[in-house]
Design a protein around this ligand. Structure first.
Ligand code: CP
Length: 526
């Protein structure tokens, strides 16, 4: 049985690990599979039928739907299905996830690991770590599927949600109008919609949640940047008081366990704002469907049980779609299907480390390059540190440069006027005892004080001048760390993951693993 499709060995850590063309392929193949299976037609082209291909389920957090749909998907495919018992494993003896997965990887020819963890970014890390480890062992690189990592992502839930919406819309990708209701603050499934809904060409999103549970502005901005039309409402009551009501509603559970005491005091009000009532029924458009990633809170369901038997119930079918989409996902990653894929594959970003540019060195003597009152004769002068920033910030930057580059040598520094204007200041550090910087220090300097210049002074003249800009990514330094304590790379989690940040905008960086945004200053530990 051939398994040579183009998705073989790929990982699904976040929704965007599949390009839009790949997502559409997943939905098309799932529809084909579901329709064939339900009509009793031949589905053998999806089956792996190879017990040397293992689907290993590692659930370190509770699950019903995701774990059981993956378990059944693996069985349908004819793979070897293993369910790792995390509760009684050596995780309780502080074993790292990486070590545990290495062992399990050794027990079969090819593997697909499905992981649900509290730690965020695990699958991105494992995919990277096993690219190398698989080469060392001479075995095919395993696939990893993120079955929910903390508050970060749950991409296969997103795929089954989009599949369900497409099914309701008769597979028409032109337009979707969706209302999202409930705990939009904590729910990773609603956050993922900022990416997943991009398969539709025209997207209208109505967000219904009281302010305390509202969608974080990061995701609202992301939706708008993706061209979605976004409207915001405080409660279902307020939403239904206006005329344009969506035919698709996506509810979420209130994650009260994650909320502080001040919020908990307001629980009855919060619940009431996002719980559907019988008297609302007449205000819904024809053909309206409700969805929910489930589980529902049986004591306080936002979709009350009296709705279960109505045609509004889209959530039961939605959870069953998890089975069909997950069969297709594993069949793709195992290389069983995919030969008929046409379109663009997802691409990893490529980084060009062009942060050092040689600038014109001026011939004339630079009198401001001083240690105390003496001009530097030989050495290095770092100029234009934090130019134009408030004076306090310039001092902080000088301090950070000195600490991070360990510039505990004879030297001087100060805040001076810039020649860009009377109210513009800059920092300068003069280093008469240093004659060159290594590449790593240069990169560090660019990352701490982007825009600064490095002047090599020879015989009291600027012999060479380099302008440093912010690098596209910052990694490999001991002085940086992700500040999300649930990130796989957070130092105290001791998973041996090296921190890496990717620049997003002028002064914002995201962690490569958990994708938490950090302001530039916050990535540093000094
Ligand atoms: N929707 C979902 O992830 O359900 P489980 O937590 O039961 O897997």
């Amino acid at each position: 049985m051939t398994r040579t499709g183009p998705f073989k060995g790929r990982t699904i850590s976040v929704v965007n690990d599949f390009s839009l063309d790949e997502q559409r392929y997943l939905y098309r193949k799932t529809r084909e599979l579901k329709e064939a299976a339900l009509s009793g037609s031949d589905v053998s082209k999806f089956r792996i039928n190879d017990l040397d291909y293992q689907v290993y389920l590692i659930f370190m957090e509770n699950s019903t739907r995701t774990r059981e749909s993956f378990r059944n998907a693996g069985k349908f495919l004819g793979a070897r299905v293993n369910v790792f018992d995390a509760a009684t494993s050596s995780f309780n003896k502080n074993e790292s996830i990486t070590d545990a997965v290495k062992m399990l990887f050794g027990y079969s020819g090819e593997s697909c690991f499905v992981l649900r963890t509290k730690l965020e970014g695990v699958c991105t890390w494992l995919d990277e770590a096993f690219t190398e480890y698989a080469q060392i062992t001479g075995k095919p690189k395993p696939s990893f599927i993120n079955a929910g990592d903390g508050k970060h992502e749950h991409p296969t839930q997103e795929f089954l949600d989009e599949f369900s919406f497409l099914e309701q819309l008769g597979w028409n990708e032109d337009h979707i109008h969706i209302a999202m209701v409930g705990d939009l603050y904590h729910g990773r499934t609603v956050h993922s919609k900022a990416d997943g809904l991009r398969i539709f060409r025209n997207v209208e999103v109505d967000l219904i949640a009281p302010e305390l549970l509202s969608m974080p502005s990061y995701y609202v901005e992301k939706m708008k940047a993706n061209g979605f039309q976004v409207r915001i409402f405080d409660s279902i009551e307020e939403y239904l008081a206006q005329a344009r009501v969506a035919p698709i509603w996506y509810f979420t559970r209130l994650q009260l366990e994650r909320m502080g005491e001040a919020v908990l005091e307001r629980t009855p009000y919060l619940r009431q704002a996002v719980t559907f009532r019988k008297d609302f029924l007449g205000k819904l458009p024809d053909g309206c469907r409700f969805y929910h990633p489930l589980p529902r809170d049986r004591n306080f369901p936002t979709i009350p049980f009296f709705l279960d038997e109505l045609p509004l119930n889209g959530w039961d079918g939605q959870s069953i779609n998890g089975y069909w989409t997950r069969i297709t996902e594993i069949a793709m990653l195992a290389g069983r299907i995919g030969e008929d894929f046409e379109g663009e594959h997802a691409r990893r970003p490529k980084f060009v480390d062009d942060f050092v540019h040689e600038a014109q060195a001026q011939e004339k003597r630079k009198p401001e390059y001083k240690v105390g009152i003496k001009p530097v004769e030989e050495g290095i002068v770092i100029d234009h540190i934090a130019t134009g920033k408030p004076v306090g910030e310039i001092w902080d930057t000088i301090d950070a440069v000195r600490k991070i580059l360990k510039l505990d040598v004879r030297s001087s520094h100060g805040v001076y006027h810039s020649n860009r204007g009377p109210d513009i200041f800059k920092g300068i550090i003069s280093l008469p005892d240093i004659i060159s910087f290594g590449e790593k220090d240069l990169k560090k300097l660019a990352a701490i004080a982007p825009g600064c210049t490095l002047n090599l002074i020879r015989h009291a003249h600027v012999a060479k001048k380099y302008r440093l800009s912010m690098p596209p990514r910052i990694y490999g330094f001991d002085e940086i760390s992700c500040k999300n304590e649930n990130c796989i790379s957070f130092p105290a989690n001791n998973e041996g993951v090296l921190t890496e940040f990717i620049r997003k905008g002028e002064t914002t960086f995201v962690c490569k693993y958990c994708e938490r945004e950090h302001k530039f200053r916050d990535i540093w530990d000094v």
